[in-house]
Design a protein around this ligand. Sequence first.
Ligand code: AMP
Length: 211
Amino acid sequence: MITIALSKGRIFDETLPLLKAAGIAVREDPETSRKLILKTNRRDVRVIIVRAADVPTYVQYGAADLGVAGQDVLDEHGGQGLYRPLDLKIARCRMMVAVPNGFDYQRAVRHGARLRVATKYVQTAREHFAEKGVHVDLIKLYGSMELAPLVGLADAIVDLVSTGNTLRANNLKAVEEIAPVSARLIVNQAALKLRRSAIQPLLDAFARATA
Ligand code: AMP
């Protein structure tokens, strides 16, 4: 059995065509079925539905052989035990620093101000600001980062931005790009070594579909 870990939403939706190109059709829709293990047209392939941030963990421990995870999630996880063969170029967005519309971020940085930054992506943010020599106090949040500067919890946030609509709706502006983000195919290193004949054709099909 080959187990593929996916998260609901954009990653699931945008991985479906790639699976299809590899000859795999998922039989159930995770949005309507409450099932966490989904059958496919192939008896030897199943899909499991986990939280986006948990995908690397399932693959790292071999509970899933393959997975699809955003670069943002992989950077936070650290990637131990994972082979990351392929940028799938899906679920694209950008990791950005954002502040309230009235806040002069560049000036604050020039003046060496110590900034309070709220984010789910603590590792990524720490590395970014350290590299720039900006002093920050990081506040870990688990969601709705956009709220933090509006209620005085933080001066700035680090978050994923796709269309920019969420920032605009909350009177925030992006002031710095940290990195472009897209999703990668990840593979359990031991599974690839021990079951290469089963897994390699899938990797090849994904590679062809994203070329
Ligand atoms: P947008 O309004 O299109 O800029 O989307 C921003 C919101 O969607 C933020 O709350 C982000 O955390 C989230 N978001 C955007 N792109 C992604 C992505 N590729 N993966 C996960 N969350 C995302």
